[in-house]
Design a protein around this ligand. Structure first.
Ligand SMILES: CC(C)(COP(=O)(O)OP(=O)(O)OC[C@H]1O[C@@H](n2cnc3c(N)ncnc32)[C@H](O)[C@@H]1OP(=O)(O)O)[C@@H](O)C(=O)NCCC(=O)NCCS
Length: 174
């Protein structure tokens, strides 16, 4: 199940992030601010909700539905930070659920969701040159590799600062 994080997920999201810190730290800059703690996590989830209400970023969880509640397997987002008409997809997957196609399937669903918005004409995925696992996602979804940029500095510990950008357009998806 792919759905937005809600206030009711704060505890399980916090636990999932804590259990994945060393897996996520190499390629995700936001991990440097961890551990946020429950109050901090609650504030982040509230900020995601506000952003969504304003028509900005959407932050989603990938969940395994279980009798005791939804168990998070990862997170992903649709970000309005790549200029007019664009959205960028980001993702992470729990270290115990890698290689099951979760990132690929989440990115496919978010691509379709992005093109359901009238103002979106392209969707991008960005990753560091050395993040070969992330690269497989846009490749498998038929995104085109459009550029390779040298950033001012690497944002996360394993990054080289060489960022690859992949893009798909509304016309291509049609
Ligand atoms: C990148 C990431 C989200 C991929 O998640 P995933 O659900 O395992 O990815 P998928 O199953 O959709 O598959 C992507 C590809 O990576 C491969 N892969 C995933 N984890 C792997 C691992 N640990 N070792 C080798 N290959 C791996 C998959 O086999 C697949 O390749 P294929 O299409 O050739 O079979 C996950 O590795 C992750 O959370 N990394 C840390 C956070 C991160 O880097 N996020 C992206 C920042 S741009």
């Amino acid at each position: 199940v792919l759905r937005r994080w809600t206030d009711a997920d704060v505890d399980v999201l916090d636990a999932a992030v804590r259990e994945n810190l060393e897996h996520l730290r190499p390629y995700l800059a936001w991990v440097a601010a961890e551990p946020l703690g429950l109050a901090g996590r609650r504030a982040v989830v509230a900020a995601w909700h506000e952003a969504w209400l304003r028509g900005g970023d959407g932050a989603y969880g990938m969940f395994e539905p279980e009798r005791s509640g939804d168990r998070p397997l990862g997170g992903c987002g649709l970000h309005a930070r790549v200029g007019p008409g664009g959205r960028e997809i980001g993702y992470w997957v729990d270290h115990r659920s890698l290689g099951r196609g979760l990132a690929r399937r989440a990115a496919a669903a978010l691509t379709a969701a992005a093109f359901a918005l009238d103002d979106v004409d392209h969707v991008e995925i960005h990753h560091d040159l050395t993040n070969v696992w992330s690269r497989r996602v846009p490749e498998a979804l038929g995104f085109a590799h459009v550029s390779q940029t040298v950033l001012d500095r690497a944002l996360a510990p394993a990054e080289t600062g060489i960022e690859l950008i992949w893009r798909t357009t509304r016309a291509e998806r049609r």
